[in-house]
Design a protein around this ligand. Structure first.
Ligand SMILES: Nc1nc2c(c(=O)[nH]1)N[C@H]1C(S)=C(S)[C@@H](COP(=O)(O)O)O[C@H]1N2
Ligand SMILES: [Mo]
Length: 411
C-alpha cells in the first residue's frame, strides 16, 4: 500500500507530495526501530510480577494541575489534562476535582442516604440497599460552569487546554436513577424540588426541580467500571446529565423533597451570572454547547510542517452534538470535522480533521453546533451580551495561534 503510494504519482498537489514524504520517512524510522527491538533492547530477564491493581507506565506523565497553586489545598480545584486524553473517557485518576472543603474519608458500610421531606414514606438506604435496585450506566460529561471563565474573558499567555478548560471530565457513571428512589418514597403533590446535600464539611447543597429529578438524574456508585473515586464523591454522588457541575452533589447523604428551592449558600451567591444591568441570572442549570481543540493547542510545539490531525472535544447540555466545525484561519473559513461514534447526548464527543500545516502562521479553533440549532458563540458575542463580570457559563470559541516556529499559544 504505502510503497504503491510512493511510486504511483497520481497527482502533484503539495499535500499528496508531503504525505508521500511523511510516509517515506516514517518507513525508514520504522525499519530502524525494528532492528533495535530485535537487538540489544530486548529484555533477557523476567519482567515485573503480576499485580492486583494496575498502574500506568512510569513513562507517562499526564497529571492534574491545580488551577490556583497558591490557594488552600482543600478548597479549590485540579484540572483535567485534556490535551493528553484519547477518545472520550476521562480516566478516573485524571478527572478534575472541585472541592469546597476537601475530600471526606467515608466508610461505605457506615454511609446512608436519607430521603425525606414532602414524601409519603421517608427512607434510609444503605449502599447494599441501593445495589439491589435496577441500575443504569451512562457516559456523561461533568463541567463546572466556572470552566474557562477566569482565563478566557481576557486570555493569558501560556494557557493550555488543561489550564483554560480543564474543569471538564467525561466518565461512564453507574447507579440508580433518582426517579426509581422517588417512586419508592412517593412524592407528595406539593413536592416540587429535590434538595441534595453532600456529607463533606461544606455540606454543599443544590436544589433540583422535580421534573429533572424524575427524568435522567443518577445516584451513582460507579465510575468507569469501578467504585466512584473518593475525589469524585465516594461512595455516592449525584450525576445530573447536561447540567452545571455544581449540581452533581458528591458524597451524597441526603435528599429532601421541598415545595421551593433551598436557596443554600452556593445557589444564592456563587452560581449565578451577574449581568451589566446589575441583575443576575439564577438557576442557570443547563450547560451550553462548547468545544475545544486539544491538539495542536496552546503549550504544544509542532516539529515541522506536514500532516497533522486536528482533534478535540465538543459537548452540549442542551442536546446531542450535531456538528463541529474547525477553522485554521481565525474563523474566515470553516470545515466540518468528523465526529467519533457513538455520539451520545450529554457525553463528550471526539472530533477529528486531517490537516496539512504549510509552515505559515495559523489560528486554529472549533465551534460546536447542537441539535437545537444553537451555535457556540465568539468571545465578543458573549461580552456584548453579558459584559465581563459574569464568571460562569463562558463558552466562547477558543483559538490557538500556531507560530511559524511551530510554537502554539492562546490567541
Ligand atoms: N458535596 C460536594 N459536592 C460537590 C462539590 C463540593 O465541593 N462538595 N463541588 C461541586 C462542584 S463546584 C463541581 S464543578 C463538581 C465537580 O465534580 P468533580 O470534583 O467530581 O470533578 O462537584 C460538585 N459537587
Ligand atoms: Mo463547580
Amino acid at each position: 500500500m504505502e510503497s504503491n503510494e510512493d511510486t504511483q504519482d497520481h497527482s502533484s498537489t503539495p499535500s499528496s507530495f508531503s504525505r508521500r514524504r511523511f510516509l517515506a520517512s516514517a518507513t525508514t524510522l520504522g525499519a530502524l526501530a525494528v532492528e533495535t527491538a530485535l537487538g540489544a533492547e530486548t529484555p533477557h530477564e523476567l519482567g515485573a510480577p503480576l499485580r492486583p491493581y494496575g498502574e500506568r507506565s512510569p513513562f507517562e506523565k499526564a497529571m492534574r494541575v491545580r488551577s490556583d497553586p497558591t490557594g488552600p489545598v482543600q478548597a479549590g480545584s485540579v484540572l483535567t489534562p485534556l490535551q493528553d486524553l484519547y477518545g472520550i473517557i476521562t480516566p478516573s485518576s485524571l478527572h478534575f476535582e472541585r472541592n469546597h472543603a476537601g475530600v471526606p474519608d467515608i466508610d461505605p458500610d457506615k454511609h446512608e442516604l436519607l430521603i425525606h421531606g414532602l414524601v409519603d414514606r421517608p427512607l434510609v438506604l444503605t449502599l447494599a440497599d441501593l445495589k439491589r435496585l435496577s441500575s443504569v450506566s451512562r457516559i456523561l460529561f461533568i463541567e463546572c460552569p466556572g470552566n474557562g471563565s477566569r482565563t478566557d474573558y481576557r486570555g493569558k499567555p501560556g494557557l493550555t487546554p488543561q489550564t483554560s478548560a480543564g474543569l471538564l471530565g467525561c466518565c461512564e457513571w453507574s447507579g440508580v436513577l433518582l426517579s426509581t428512589l422517588l417512586r419508592e418514597v412517593g412524592v407528595k403533590p406539593e413536592g416540587r424540588w429535590v434538595v441534595a446535600e453532600g456529607a463533606d464539611a461544606s455540606r454543599l447543597a443544590r436544589s433540583i426541580p422535580l421534573e429533572k429529578a424524575m427524568d435522567d438524574v443518577i445516584v451513582a456508585y460507579g465510575q468507569n467500571g469501578e467504585a466512584v473515586r473518593p475525589e469524585q464523591g465516594y461512595p455516592l454522588r449525584l450525576v445530573v446529565p447536561g447540567w452545571e457541575g455544581n449540581t452533581n452533589v458528591k458524597w451524597l447523604h441526603r435528599l429532601q423533597l421541598t415545595d421551593q428551592p433551598a436557596m443554600g449558600r452556593v445557589e444564592a451567591s456563587s452560581y449565578t451570572v451577574l449581568l451589566p444591568s446589575g441583575k443576575a441570572w439564577q438557576f442557570t442549570f443547563v450547560m451550553d454547547a462548547k468545544s475545544i481543540v486539544t491538539r495542536p493547542a496552546g503549550g504544544q510545539q509542532l516539529s515541522s510542517p506536514g500532516p497533522y490531525e486536528i482533534t478535540g472535544f465538543a459537548w452540549s447540555g442542551r442536546a446531542r452534538v450535531a456538528a463541529v466545525e474547525v477553522s485554521t484561519d481565525g474563523g474566515k473559513r470553516w470545515q466540518k470535522a468528523e465526529l467519533q461514534e457513538p455520539n451520545q447526548t450529554y457525553a463528550l464527543v471526539r472530533f477529528r480533521l486531517p490537516w496539512t500545516w504549510d509552515g505559515s502562521e495559523a489560528v486554529i479553533g472549533s465551534r460546536c453546533i447542537d441539535e437545537t440549532g444553537y451555535t457556540q458563540p465568539e468571545r465578543e458575542e458573549i461580552i456584548a451580551a453579558r459584559g465581563t463580570h459574569a464568571p460562569f457559563h463562558y463558552n466562547g470559541v477558543k483559538w490557538w495561534r500556531l507560530h511559524t516556529n511551530g510554537e502554539l499559544t492562546y490567541a
